[in-house]
Design a protein around this ligand. Structure first.
Ligand code: BTN
Length: 138
């Protein structure tokens, strides 16, 4: 019996802001690393690619949840954490629905104003579909 498509996060993704995420190989324990190239920023310095580290569930039921942290140290003192879930529609199109918290660096006692929250939806960039060898639904 074939397993449902597991939605491995490996590959290149873009969100509705135009930001791009490159997820390197997802390890056997679900951990992964990658690069985040944001299209928007609060920072004064020019945008640079930033490193991310995360983890996804690898159970056989599909529609896995995941989370990752982006350290923007290449151009900003902020940190963003994303959490989300991968859904696959009836045409096999994968969507990463995420929610994020961005902590900006402020001086105490201004912590109350330092955290932003939002949502992003990511789709795979064309031609960046996960290798068929890791898809069990094909
Ligand atoms: C900064 O401005 O200090 C760092 C860049 C933050 C970019 C944020 S993270 C959440 C949202 N989604 C994106 O793709 N970019 C912004």
């Amino acid at each position: 019996m074939s397993l449902p498509f597991q939605c491995i996060l490996t590959g290149l993704w873009r969100n509705e802001l135009g930001s791009k995420v490159q997820v390197q190989q997802v390890n056997g324990d679900g951990t992964f690393s990658g690069k985040y190239h944001t299209a928007v920023s609060l920072a004064q310095r020019p945008i640079q690619p930033a490193s991310l580290n995360g983890s996804q569930h690898l159970d056989e039921a599909g529609q896995p949840t995941f989370g990752f942290t982006v350290n923007w140290k290449s151009f900003s003192d902020s940190t963003t954490v994303f959490t989300g879930q991968c859904f696959v529609d009836e045409n096999g199109k994968e969507i990463l629905e995420t929610m994020w918290l961005l902590r900006e660096k402020v001086k105490a006692p201004n912590g109350w104003e330092a955290t932003r929250v939002g949502t992003n939806v990511f789709t795979r960039i064309k031609g960046q579909n996960v290798d068929e060898s890791v898809r069990s639904d094909l």
